[in-house]
Design a protein around this ligand. Structure first.
Ligand SMILES: Cc1ncc(COP(=O)(O)O)c(C=O)c1O
Length: 384
């Protein structure tokens, strides 16, 4: 059919005019400074082979899960991997979802109830916002990483005995790469009986011993109600896990609709997740390489005197704020001409005026590549 609703066309036209139209492009070849594959596991043949072996060991030579986990899709590797993940992250229980998006949608749509309150960092990921939109609790944002603002906003509430307060943040923020003040937040939540929820998407495999995440690094396991670790980033696969108590797990199995009403992940995906975590437990080589590259990159920025463009970050995500969709697109295309893959983050994904180039560093980037990246950026900044 050629007819297309006029309101939808208007929205697309507005994006086009604004230089913010999203388009799908097949992943190009080049030096990777844009993927979330921080440790290179998405392309590790050894992990692929290990996962294959595991499927054979458990007689799971099948391509699909065959159904939802509550019907036919709960193959053996799920239980093995969930038990392993709970132990690895020092949690009572673990529940795997099909993606981080699904985990956040399922968690936030089902856990906060009517008369409850949610306070979320203003830079929180879209998947959390979407989950929040689906529940009946009242939700308020607080200024990024600002506990005083959070306290001020909570103090204005008339909390009844019956109201639970959920506070939501990310360990490492996906669009800025900076860290949440987790110890302070945990202390505040403990003192006031609030429930802290931490999305560890970008700290999984990166922070803490063996990449256990920021909550473990800071020894806050007992003070956090739920953690969401995703596997599409440093783990190099797909899926996510919610860590918490056995009761929380049981609640989600019963009420999280994005868990209940969807086909489970195929055995090979779960075997891949299991294999990567086994590897991380055994050796930290990739994590150490990544950390060294982050420090090397920051040093090169200082030498080139362009570090002032960057948001302070010790993580694999390093962002240069260069206002204007046109400007960031132009510099990204200069990178592309040099076969360097760098992602411009446009408004409305980030607020107008804070458009940015988002550099993702990896364990496998060489120092030469990083040096060249910084040189290209320095030269490009003089051309806008
Ligand atoms: C902070 C955060 N949470 C959740 C997600 C969603 O994870 P997934 O890609 O596994 O759906 C992302 C992905 O971009 C993210 O950055």
């Amino acid at each position: 059919m050629n007819r297309f609703p006029s309101k939808l066309k208007k929205s697309l036209d507005a994006r086009l005019q604004d230089n913010s139209l999203r388009e799908l492009k097949t992943a190009a070849g080049g030096v990777d400074f844009y993927s979330n594959d921080y440790l290179g596991f998405a392309n590790a043949e050894s992990i692929f082979a290990e996962a294959q072996k595991l499927c054979e060991k458990y007689n799971l030579k099948q391509n699909g899960a065959t159904g939802s986990r509550l019907i036919s899709g709960n193959h053996k590797l799920y239980e093995i991997t969930e038990n392993f993940l709970a132990e690895f992250h020092q949690a009572e229980a673990a529940l795997i979802f099909n993606s981080g998006y699904d985990a956040n949608l399922g968690f936030f749509s089902s856990v906060p109830q009517k008369a409850d309150f949610i306070f979320y960092d203003e830079l929180i990921h879209a998947s959390i916002r979407d989950g929040i939109l689906l529940n009946h609790a009242k939700a308020y944002k607080f200024q990024h990483n600002n506990i005083e603002d959070l306290q001020r906003k909570i103090s204005r509430l008339n909390l009844s005995e019956n109201s639970a307060v959920y506070i939501v943040t990310e360990a490492i923020f996906s669009m800025d790469g900076d860290k949440a003040p987790l110890s302070e937040l945990a202390k505040f939540c403990e003192k006031n009986n609030h429930f802290l929820i931490v999305d560890e998407a970008h700290s999984t495999g990166v922070l803490g011993i063996s990449g256990m995440g920021l909550v473990c690094e800071l020894q806050l396991q007992e003070k956090v109600f739920a953690r969401i670790h995703t596997f599409g980033k440093a783990i190099g696969c797909h899926g996510a896990v919610v860590l918490g108590s056995q009761k929380l797990k049981s609640y989600l199995v019963n009420f999280a609709r994005s868990f209940i009403y969807t086909t489970g992940l195929p055995p090979h995906a779960i075997a891949t997740i299991y294999s990567v975590f086994q590897r991380l437990k055994m050796k930290e080589t990739e994590i150490e390489l990544l950390k060294a590259n982050i420090q090397f990159f920051k040093k090169q920025l200082r030498i080139a005197k362009i570090d002032t463009y960057f948001v302070e970050s010790e993580s694999a995500i390093q962002c240069a704020i260069i206002p204007g969709n046109e400007n960031v697109k132009k510099i990204a295309s200069i990178f592309q001409q040099n076969q360097y893959l760098v992602k411009p983050i446009l408004s409305p994904t980030v607020p107008k005026g804070s458009e940015r180039l988002r550099f993702c560093l990896h364990s496998f980037n060489s120092e030469e590549e990083i040096k060249k990246l910084v040189n290209i950026l320095k030269t490009s900044l003089t051309q806008i």
